[in-house]
Design a protein around this ligand. Structure first.
Ligand SMILES: [Zn+2]
Length: 419
């Protein structure tokens, strides 16, 4: 049983249909990977994920390390059993959340200190400042030190200092037990110099070698697969060099990282376009943190197989529900010419608006998800207005359902050489 198989290659582009086989199921690609940060796709029962047809989910090592800790998850028999998630899972290296803090102060990139709540440094500070600091700490880890060896940071959960090195990241990910693991990399911010990007990309390459060594150590008892991550920031030559290097290391899969960090949509597509010719033809390719409808259509044609993105679930929790204006979602995607598809707009409605108070129509007349079959806009409006917990479940269910049908349509389009 091979890990990845290409079933069909489009005659029109680099788009392909494939299958990623894991111990917890097969992912038909191109596929969306739902974000399940802390071991839960927020507000959704695992059984509802099955009904929606969600093929894979993404868990964040950083969050799981701060609580409950990799040891606890390992003792429980791994994340699938612990979280009741019986589907292929992908974990990140833990670096992304840490590095996304470092960019908040470029001058202090190599030595960032942030006082923890209750620190003597804050004594005498006004309550406003204290609140601001504790709010910041609640959201982001405080980076203590970035070095060649790795990164040290203060947990947002209990203030404990946690160290991530390539070896530790891989060891923790093995303990967490997702199917698809990511090598340890530095997510490079958007607005840094060529020189910094070059150094960070080279460091990521050295970390990849160390990640691979650690991954192979003691051969994982479970079936796990490792993805190397392409970096290179906003620079074409660095992106291409990184792609060549990472692809040459023969990891099971390849991911593109450091995109969608503040650049424009065009710049993001360029970053992927630059490396398209270097991507492996026989191994799966994941794009980290991207998954908007319009981007996805373009990026699939560069040979991207899987996408993770918080958008459908995060928007849902804010009361933003997807809606396609044309009569039939799938038919319209398949029959429209690709040039038109690029301008395809999937609208979002804000269900909190007063106009929905007495609107007894479905969220989307063309959707046949559980929510649209059973409830009206008025009812969802009512739940959101009252912050009823069911609101988040129903909204997330609908948005994820639309996302899955969208990817089904993409696969049909590739099969018909329309993409
Ligand atoms: Zn629906």
């Amino acid at each position: 049983m091979s890990f990845f198989k290409v079933i069909y290659r489009s005659k029109k582009s680099k788009a392909r249909l494939g299958e990623i086989k894991t111990a917890h199921g097969v992912i038909k690609t191109p596929s969306f990977v739902a974000v399940g940060t802390k071991g839960t796709v927020k507000s959704i029962l695992p059984s509802l994920l099955k009904e929606i047809g969600t093929q894979a989910a993404f868990v964040n090592t950083y969050h799981l390390l701060t609580h409950p800790g990799a040891e606890v998850i390992e003792k429980a028999g791994g994340i699938h059993r612990y979280a009741g998630l019986d589907l292929p899972l992908m974990s990140d290296s833990g670096g992304f959340q840490v590095f996304s803090l470092a960019k908040t102060n470029k001058m202090l990139r190599h030595q960032v200190f942030l006082a923890p709540v209750g620190s003597p440094l804050l004594r005498g500070a006004s309550q406003v400042v204290k609140n601001l600091v504790s709010k910041e700490i609640e959201k982001k880890p405080a980076v203590v030190k970035i070095s060649e060896d790795g990164v040290k940071f203060r947990s947002t959960f209990d203030g404990k200092v946690i160290e991530l090195t390539p070896e530790k990241s891989i060891a923790y990910q093995k303990m967490i037990g997702a199917d698809l693991l990511m090598a340890f990399d530095e997510c490079i911010p958007y607005d840094v110099s060529y020189q910094y990007t070059k150094e960070a990309t080279e460091r990521t390459h050295r970390w990849l070698e160390r990640s691979i060594r650690e991954f192979k150590k003691g051969q994982p008892s479970k079936e796990q697969y490792l993805y190397g991550i392409i970096q290179g920031g906003m620079f074409e030559d660095l992106r291409k060099k990184s792609a060549k290097f990472v692809v040459s290391r023969n990891t099971d899969g390849v991911a593109i990282g450091g995109v969608s960090v503040g650049e424009s949509k065009e710049e993001m597509r360029d970053q992927v376009g630059w490396v398209a010719d270097y991507l492996p033809v026989d191994r799966p390719v994941h794009l980290l943190g991207v998954g908007h409808f319009d981007d996805t259509l373009d990026l699939v044609s560069y040979g991207i197989d899987t996408f993770d993105c918080v958008e459908p679930t995060r928007l849902a929790r804010m009361g933003n529900l997807y809606q396609l204006k044309t009569q039939n979602f799938r038919r319209s995607l398949i029959t429209l010419r690709v040039t038109k598809l690029k301008t395809l707009e999937i609208e979002k409605i804000d269900i909190l608006k007063g106009i929905y108070r007495e609107d007894f129509s479905k969220v989307d007349e063309n959707c046949d998800c559980y929510v649209c079959r059973s409830f009206t806009k008025s009812y969802l409006h009512h739940l959101f207005k009252n912050r009823e917990l069911l609101a988040y479940t129903l909204a997330t269910c609908h948005n994820l359902w639309v996302m899955e049908r969208f990817f089904e349509s993409i696969r049909e389009m590739i099969a018909g050489d329309r993409l």
